[in-house]
Design a protein around this ligand. Structure first.
Ligand code: NDP
Ligand code: 8X3
Length: 254
């Protein structure tokens, strides 16, 4: 596998799940890591695990455009040239019919999954284009391919990520910047706990009777995409647990 020595990777939402696994996987491949998320103490713990020499972390809520731009603009000079951006920060909130959906949940999903991804991309892409190389890996979802009952707004945000990935591929072709979307099915992380506002029982039930994907499986896919030769661009990768055929078709053991 191509190694990533001297390659700088920015992972958003690195404090948990897929983002934390990406940080570990890219660090093992030799990359230098820029890690961000809202929970500072988790970033500090992760940086310590990974070895502070190759890690720079900063607290960031991707919903705040000025904070995003400022964070990217004020990176120390040796961290300014971002080679790979993993747009991972995201969440679902609630699983309710649209007619009774919670407006705060909707705002949070749209602001994070769509606007946050846009703000970070807008801040990072000009540097990549100027240097003539880069790679943006968006973490989409199978929810961006198929709407499921009560998934309404979360699915809409992931359909938006799919559209933005396609838009980036069209707009950036020929610039040396590659765009990938990785679209997983069920991955056991804090995702369901967040979706159900801390209800552990409901969260655990999501993965009952199946072997879900692990966040490491998704990180492995991201690393695969990032280590292809420069003439190869993986546009889209859909990953599901073997027991899952679609968002609603899941074969569970009794
Ligand atoms: P986790 O809840 O484990 O991790 C989510 C990460 O996103 C956390 O690090 C969190 O950090 C960060 N995040 C959330 N909101 C913000 C914000 N406003 N600003 C900055 N960071 C934020 O879930 P996953 O690892 O599963 O989710 C990662 C991505 O994968 C999401 O985009 C999700 O939609 C997608 N996905 C997940 C699937 C699954 O089944 N788990 C399947 C398909 C896609 P912090 O709270 O510290 O800010
Ligand atoms: C997360 C997968 O099926 O819960 O994006 O929407 S699903």
């Amino acid at each position: 596998m191509q190694q990533l020595h001297d390659i700088t990777v920015l992972v958003t939402g690195a404090t948990s799940g897929i983002g934390a696994s990406c940080a570990h996987a890219f660090a093992r491949a030799g990359a230098r890591l820029l890690l961000c998320g809202r929970r500072t103490e988790r970033l500090e713990a992760l940086a310590e695990e990974l070895g502070s020499a190759g890690v720079h972390h900063f607290t960031l809520d991707v919903r705040h455009q000025a904070a995003v731009q400022n964070a990217i603009d004020s990176l120390p000079p040796e961290w300014k040239a971002i080679d790979i951006l993993v747009n991972n920060a995201g969440l679902s909130r609630g699983l309710d019919p649209i007619q009774s959906g919670n407006l705060e949940d909707w705002e949070e999903m749209i602001d994070t999954n769509v606007k946050g991804l846009l703000y970070v991309s807008r801040a990072v892409l000009p540097g990549m284009v100027k240097r003539g190389r880069g790679h943006v890996i968006n973490i989409g979802s199978i929810a961006g391919h198929e709407v499921y009952p009560n998934g309404n707004v979360y699915c809409a945000t992931k359909f938006a990520v799919a559209a933005l990935s396609k838009g980036m591929q069209l707009d950036l072709v020929g610039t040396g910047v590659r765009i990938t979307t990785i679209d997983p099915g069920m991955v056991e992380t804090e995702f369901s706990l967040v979706r159900f506002h801390g209800n552990t029982e409901r969260a655990e039930a999501v993965y009952h009777g199946i072997t879900p994907l692990t966040p490491d499986d998704v990180a492995d896919a991201a690393l695969y995409c990032a280590t292809r030769p420069p003439h190869v661009s993986v546009h889209e990768m859909i990953l599901m647990p073997s027991a899952q055929a679609s968002p609603t078709v899941v074969k569970r053991n009794a």
